[in-house]
Design a protein around this ligand. Sequence first.
Ligand code: ZN
Length: 298
Amino acid sequence: MKTRIKTCVIGSYPPQIDTIELMHSYFNQEEVTWEKYIEYAVNDMINAGIDVVSDGQTRDPFIQIFTRKLKGCRTRNRTEIVDKIEYHGPIIIDDQKYVRDLIPKDKKLKGVITGPCTLTNSCIDLYYNDEKKTAFDFAYALKKEAEALQKHVDMISIDEPFFSNHIPDYSKELIGIITKDISCPTILHACGDVSTIVPELLEMPVDILSHEFKASPQLFDAFKEYSFSQGICLGSVRSDDIRVEPVEEITKHIIRAIDIFGDKIIQISPDCGQRLLPRDVAFQKLKNLTKAGEKING
Ligand SMILES: [Zn+2]
């Protein structure tokens, strides 16, 4: 029997932040109730019909979510590395537990970890003066988060947007440190034009490769040169463009991918996180993605 292609989000969703309430909390020194914002995002994903949801990363941008809770990082108006990077305890786990209770039993949850290369290159280093050492310490800290996280999610994605700029020759080792003892499916998401680094990506010790095939259609040609074992999460609607792709257009894109890659296409998603889109646009894109998925799955 043909396996159903699953609709997924990548990670972030436009935060529905109430700035008046945030100011009120700040001046009254009250805790902000982030759960409400997570709930907005997750409800939109569920209402759009998405099979694999995330927590929407509404609490913070994807770098700060991690650097705020890792020892050795200092996050003010920029993030600095001021000491040895070490795991200090759960980072995104409470949010996943919260999402798990919100979603119907037939929906899956993806835990999203920002990768060591992207974290390394997004921080001002005042301690290591050595990019490789910094990246490895991030990887060892993220490994601990991933090991704890796998008990609460159905799959784990490592997001490395930085790979499209530069992929260090030790990147496979870094990703392997994180995925080594993980028993749930693992994903590597690298957005941007990754057409020149396909051989390196195919070496990655993960189950699924997730890339922006919609904004970078040259990836079709770049990937079809190779045979590989991983499944593909096919970027099918753009995250950098407010135009909502019609269902027909998305369906055609998915059919093109299936014609080339066959049953390797196991997930369809936006090209990247949707944080920067207006909320109604992000929602409509997910809805059309779902409708296209339904057409393909029959
Ligand atoms: Zn991305």
